[in-house]
Design a binder for this molecule. Structure first.
Ligand code: DO4
Ligand code: MG
Length: 300
């Protein structure tokens, strides 16, 4: 099941489910169901899965439907415009979970050895990444910091944590990072990672039932400059050193995260060292089953 948040002219944010290229609008059934977080809370209160709760809403019938149109066009009465799939109260990231990330970081850093060590260690790297206010949704601009000359996208599988620390959904996350700032000193990690427009998420939330095995998903990242493809690389989540459950257990350990916390699982695709994003670039991240997340780039 693929759940989205969308907007129509003068109607504010709405939540729906995608089936056969149509969005079924469940905010029309209950005005309170205008966000994925509300659905999460309601399904928990009824002790059913998100998937079962949404199926029961659809089975009531009479849901308004709209054509699923994932373009950046402004909303109209007829056309739904996709928004961030939900407002995550907290966003966390995991690092150096792929060998490609370890190699890239060892090259960029002035503090040699730390990334080799964390890749091999029992404890993973888990860091605070963003709040909803710093995140953007499909087609919204991701940002390059005003003091960075080397910023890259990081295409990552992301999971959503529900009640009792259970994974209730997956989406795509772009952990946009200033590699020059991170490389100068590992203590600058927060500044390299956390700023306005540092994280894109979407386009949909896919339920765990439909994702199946999260460690067998193809990930592809493309970058277009002036409509020309200038970067295209793929990986698969099977190359991740750690399981999603392992990352979840460290994220939640003695750490009371709010319901709906999002966690990015690390990148396995890193552009070459002489590459930096520029104003006007377009980043497209596709993860098998979940879809494609597209964002233009702006410089702060
Ligand atoms: O330690 C740096 C962050 C690593 C990261 O974000 C990643 O591997 O995806
Ligand atoms: Mg990352």
């Amino acid at each position: 099941m693929r759940i989205v948040q969308f907007e129509r002219l003068n109607e504010g944010l709405r939540a729906g489910v995608i089936e056969d290229d149509m969005i079924y609008d469940f905010t029309g059934v209950d005005r309170k169901l205008s966000s994925f977080l509300e659905i999460l809370k309601k399904s928990h209160a009824r002790n059913v899965s998100v998937e079962d709760f949404v199926s029961s809403l659809i089975s009531k019938g009479n849901l308004k439907t709209y054509q699923y149109d994932p373009l950046a066009d402004s909303p109209t009465n007829e056309r739904a415009c996709l928004r961030m799939p939900y407002q995550p109260p907290e966003v966390w990231g995991c690092g150096v979970t792929y060998i490609r990330s370890k190699h890239a970081r060892e090259t960029e850093t002035t503090t040699k050895g730390i990334y080799d060590k964390v890749y091999e260690a029992t404890r993973p790297e888990v860091f605070f990444k963003a709040t909803a206010s710093r995140c953007v949704g499909p087609n919204e601009p991701i940002c390059i910091r005003s003091d960075s000359k080397w910023t890259v996208p990081e295409p990552e599988l992301a999971f959503i944590v529900g009640m009792r620390n259970k994974i209730v959904g997956y989406t795509i996350g772009n952990d946009v990072s200033a590699r020059d700032i991170e490389g100068q000193n590992p203590l600058y990690l927060s500044q390299a990672k956390i700023y306005k427009g540092c994280c894109a998420i979407g386009p949909v939330i896919m339920t765990p039932e439909e994702v199946g095995n999260p460690r067998d998903l193809n990930i592809e990242c493309k970058i277009l400059r002036k409509n020309k493809l200038i970067f295209d690389e793929k990986t698969n989540t099977s190359r991740m050193k750690r399981s999603v459950d392992e990352l979840l257990s460290y994220l939640c350990r003695d750490n009371p995260i709010p319901i709906g916390t999002l966690c990015l699982t690390g990148t396995g695709v890193v552009p070459p060292d002489d590459f930096s994003l520029r104003y006007g670039d377009l980043v497209e991240i596709a993860i098998e089953k979940i879809g494609a997340l597209r964002n233009p780039v702006i410089q702060l």
